[in-house]
Design a protein around this ligand. Structure first.
Ligand code: ZN
Length: 171
């Protein structure tokens, strides 16, 4: 197989060689549907997030977007309420394994099984770490009605804002 490089130095395979893996090590998308789901990973400002944020803002809530709640833990929440210590995640149905839509691609199924299981394990670990640090975590699926998600977030923020604050230890 002959290899050339692109202008930015990445290897470019011979055109006849099937490009079966992407740069991130993920198998290439086998169908347009799989491709669109793959491209939505880690996306900021997805339509479901924007819809929920618009409603929260209209409800008078103020928040930050795409921030890591805990210093040193690089796990960004989609919406955070710092003073109330509430972290909100709007989870994509495919990547986080929604029970209704979390289908697993049949092509390269071993790789996907490991990848999606790892995602779910990381979600559970994130929840545990945040909870241990005194945060409340709310996870919603991207398929959920934004109004009902915003209502749950509002109720949680209101309840946590009333809880007594524990003194923070100096670092
Ligand atoms: Zn779903």
């Amino acid at each position: 197989m002959t290899t050339t490089t692109t202008a930015d130095g990445r290897p470019r395979s011979n055109a006849r060689t099937p490009r079966s893996y992407t740069r991130t090590g993920a198998p290439a998308a086998s169908t347009p549907g799989v491709r669109s789901r793959m491209q939505s990973q880690k996306a900021r400002d997805t339509a479901p997030e924007l819809a929920v944020r618009r409603l929260l803002h209209a409800d008078g809530l103020r928040y930050r977007v795409d921030r890591a709640p805990l210093p040193g833990l690089r796990r960004r929440a989609d919406v955070i309420f710092g003073p109330a210590r509430v972290a909100v995640y709007i989870d994509g149905c495919f990547w986080h394994g929604c029970p209704e839509h979390g289908t697993r691609p049949r092509t390269n199924s071993d790789w996907w099984l490991r990848k999606l299981d790892a995602n779910r394990a990381r979600d559970a670990d994130t929840d545990r770490r945040l909870t241990e640090a005194g945060w409340a975590v709310l996870r919603a699926w991207e398929h959920e009605d934004p109004r009902s998600v915003a209502d749950r977030v509002g109720a949680l923020v209101a309840s946590t804002s009333r809880r007594p604050t524990t003194p923070r230890r100096a670092a």
